[in-house]
Design a protein around this ligand. Structure first.
Ligand SMILES: O=C(O)c1cc(=O)[nH]c(=O)n1[C@@H]1O[C@H](COP(=O)(O)O)[C@@H](O)[C@H]1O
Length: 235
């Protein structure tokens, strides 16, 4: 089976949204990511509408708050018929556990519980930022492993990390866990604000379970072509 190329729909208006969706293909075969930009613009109604059309939806709200607040937050998003959602692993084991419990409590009986993905270190964080701004004493590779272990032990279904970390994570944590990787840049694209990047081909070789791609598709002169090329390179 093809591994998902999750398209980050980072737009803030319906025209752009419709234009891009019309280029991605059948909803039943397409996974889309709705992040803060579109969710704060269009809200829960849009998520329900797209889920009803058959899209697999990754609702990326990166919750990071006290456990009680996150529990109540994920309980609400579980009602929307989404497939994945996110929290920051840095919120800690109690918070990740609460997020999972909220998802279980909020999922209607006829639906599957959304998969909980914990963001390790954002792909926009460099070694230098980790050391000098986050004052982290571990190197990036070890910090990501440590956060991923906490996530797994707290009930998360997978992590968000850079493709560069997946091989190590699979060795340390195993294959029964999702490794979803943004920071994807085909050779011809610039890195923008991303720091720990890889091509779709590298992500495939390193063992990413799925890749998340935004601007290389959204800003392409031909998004349909860019999406198809990335799918082919990753699978
Ligand atoms: O949780 C995410 O999806 C995420 C985590 C991370 O560490 N880095 C990261 O880029 N993302 C998201 O992945 C997408 C990447 O977008 P592009 O850099 O445009 O491909 C954005 O929607 C980010 O919010």
């Amino acid at each position: 089976m093809e591994k998902p190329v999750i398209v980050a729909l980072d737009v803030d208006n319906d025209q752009q949204l419709d234009r891009i969706l019309s280029q991605l293909g059948e909803p039943e075969e397409t996974t889309i990511k709705i992040g803060m930009e579109l969710f704060y613009h269009s809200g829960a109604q849009l998520i329900k509408k797209l889920a009803d059309q058959g899209y697999d939806i990754f609702l990326d709200l990166k919750m990071h708050d006290i456990p009680n607040t996150v529990y109540n937050g994920t309980k609400q998003v579980a009602r929307l018929g989404i497939k994945y959602t996110t929290v920051h692993a840095l919120g800690g084991s109690e918070m990740i556990h609460a997020a999972k419990q909220g998802l279980i409590a909020g999922t209607p009986n006829d639906k599957s519980v959304p998969k909980l993905l914990a963001v390790t270190e954002l792909t926009s964080i460099s070694d230098d930022i980790l050391k000098h701004e986050q004052n982290c004493i571990l190197p990036m590779a070890e910090q990501v492993i440590s956060l991923a272990k906490t996530a797994k032990n707290s009930g998360a279904d997978g992590v968000i990390c850079s493709p560069l970390e997946v091989q190590n994570l699979r060795k340390e944590i195993g294959d029964d866990f999702l490794y979803v990787t943004p920071g994807i840049r085909p050779k011809e694209n610039s890195n923008d604000d991303q720091k720990r990047t890889a091509t779709p081909q590298m992500a495939k070789e390193f063992g990413s379970s799925a890749i998340v791609v935004g601007r290389p598709i959204m800003l392409a002169s031909n998004p349909q072509q860019a999406y198809q090329a990335i799918k082919k390179e990753f699978n």
